[in-house]
Each structure stands twice: as structure tokens, then as C-alpha cells.
Design a protein around this ligand. Sequence first.
Ligand SMILES: [Zn+2]
Length: 400
Amino acid sequence: MNDRDRSEHFLTTLVAVPSVSGDEEAVVKVFEGLLREVGLKTALRPCTGVHGAVNVEGTLGAAKPKLCIAGHIDTVPFDGMTVSPLGERRGNRYYGRGTTDMKGGIAAALAAVDRLQRRGVKLGGELVIVGTASEETLKCGGYQMAKDHSDADGVVCAEPTGCRVAVAATGSLPLRLDAYGTNGHSSVPGRGGNAILAAQAATKAVVDALSESVDVKYVGKRDRAVNVGVIRGGIAQPVVPQLCSVWLDVRYFVGETAPQLMERIQALCREAVVSMPGVRVEATQERLDYEGKPYPRGSWGDFIHVERGMRAFSTDPQTSVVQAFRQAVKHAGGDERIEMMRGWGDVEFLATDHHVPTIYFGPGTVEVAHSADEYIDLDLYHMGVEVYERAIVAFLGDSN
Ligand SMILES: [Zn+2]
């Protein structure tokens, strides 16, 4: 097996195991096997709060500094995929569910450790690779990892960044708008306030106002993403609708919080319907799962998405984890300018609750994450391996 094939073996082995969020027993076993294969001491860490969810990790060394490389090993479902979900090579691309988000990223880290071990490099410090559980749904793996590794000196999450070093990530506010009207017959629409029209006005007001450019610490101006995800309302054409609900995903940046944004959203909704008689709009936070059902109040899903919330962070570019990865990217011929990840990942808990310098670096590209023809570019994959190999040594030191 040549070097390139050897590195790709970690990618193809991981992608070949189905691991849709919540159904992760098989991938935990395979990932544990790969961690052992590269000479790491493995452990399973059950996630408190969610029965059956387990993180799987491998450790090398026990000194300081401590570098934690993390990646979720679950994926979104296969529905509608136009390529083989369990892996298919076409030219310089490897297709399949999770290739970019994010088995490709964590496989590149494994391949890097494998190369270091085969070269006989003796690392200083401690390296931990964590495969986290259920990131696509309950996010319990990231939450558990933060408890287990709050003493880390640097954290890298291998989510897709196109081999750029992302020092910031967005928070996500799960918004629900309920518009209330007054029931009536459609032949006299003036009598009742129309909930669907009220929801339309409020949704437009929120989307228009919040789709703005925000100055993000360390990374500069970024456009906020606001997605209208689900709408439900009305009964039949002859009835003026009494209720219409809309669910949106509002991204936010470091320095902003969900409660602050909610205050602004509530004011926008009030203003939007002020001239519409017989209606009102209420804004609350609620997350729907992939089947369109809300996580019940008091459940783990509600705790993570609403009560605790998915927050934003920015990491100081002067920290050593950022420096180690930027230099390694430069050396590999990549673009070493710092970036922002266009999303949220489960290392956020370490970054915000424990103030561990945290970055995202992965060879996948977020544009094809969750897509019908998800793939990873193999040249980027190998660049990712090279960057991980060099950055791990730069961060931990070589004790030879
Ligand atoms: Zn992901």
C-alpha cells in the first residue's frame, strides 16, 4: 500500500459504516479499531443525559500541553442521495454520506497520527482524538467531551473548512413565530384577522432586519444567515386562519446572545402587525427535530438547543493552536488566512464554557455537507493529512 492509499484507508473505512445520528453503535466499534490501529489507547465515554450515546476516544502521551482533536462520527440520513452513501470513488472525488461532514476530517487526523507513528516521531505532551456522538441531533457528545477534556490547551474540530483555519463559529437561535388571527368566513375576510398574513408580515420583518452584516471579532464583517425552515397554518380555503406558526433558524455571532436577539425579534414582530386589526404575533424559542417534531420542554434536546443554547465564539489568532495550524497550512501550499466557520460545531462547549482555544480545520467543504451528492476532494483530503501531521508536531513538540 502506498502512502496515499494508506491515508485513504481511514476515510473509506469510516464512510463504509452507516452511522446515522442515534444509530452509532457500529461506527463506535470501527472508530475504536482505527484508533488502536494508529497506536492510541482507547476508551469509551458514555454521554450523561442521553441513554446509549457514547464518545470513543484515543490517547497518546500524558504530559502538557494537551491537544484535543474532535469530530462527530454520526451523519445525517441517506434520504435522496444520488451517490452511494457508503462510499464511491469517481476520479479525484470520494462520494458518500459523511465524506465531507465530517468523517473525512477526523479520518485525515487519524491518517496524520498514523504517519507520525510510522515515522517514529515521539510527541511531547498529550494527544487525544475524540469521536463524538450524535452531533447532528442531540449534541450530547460534544457536551460530554467538554466535561472530560476541559483541561485541554487547544482544541481542533475537523468539521469542513476547505483546509482553512476557522477561528470563529456562529451560534444558532431556534425561533418559533406564532401568529394568531380571528376565525371567520372567507367571504367576509375583513371581520377576522388573518393569521397567515400576520405570520407573513412578521417573518418578512425578521428576515429583512436580521439579514445584515455584522463585524465579528478577529474575522471582520460577516453576513448573518436567517433560514425560514417550516410553516404550518390554516384549515381550509373558506376559513380565515386563526393560527399560523413559522420556525426559523437565526445565526448569531460572538458578542451576541439569544436573549438579546429575542428582545429585538419580539419588537420587530409587534411593529410588523401594528396596522393589522385582530392579529398578534408571539416569538419564542423552540427546536424541531428532522421529523418536524419539537423537542419537548425539559428534554435533553430542548436543554441543548433552547435552555442552554448553541452559542457563538471567536478564538484569538495569537493562541498557539491557531499559529500551529496556520503555519502548517502555509507549508502545505494552502490559504493560511483565518476564516470563520459557517455553522456551529460541538466543540463550542469547550470554547465558551471552558475558554479553551478552539479552532475548526477540516478538508471537507461545507457547500456539499448534507447534500445528495456529498463528496470530498481527495487532493484537499491529503492536504488535510499533511496539515494535521505538521500542526500536531508544532503544537505538542517532538521529544526525540
Ligand atoms: Zn458536522
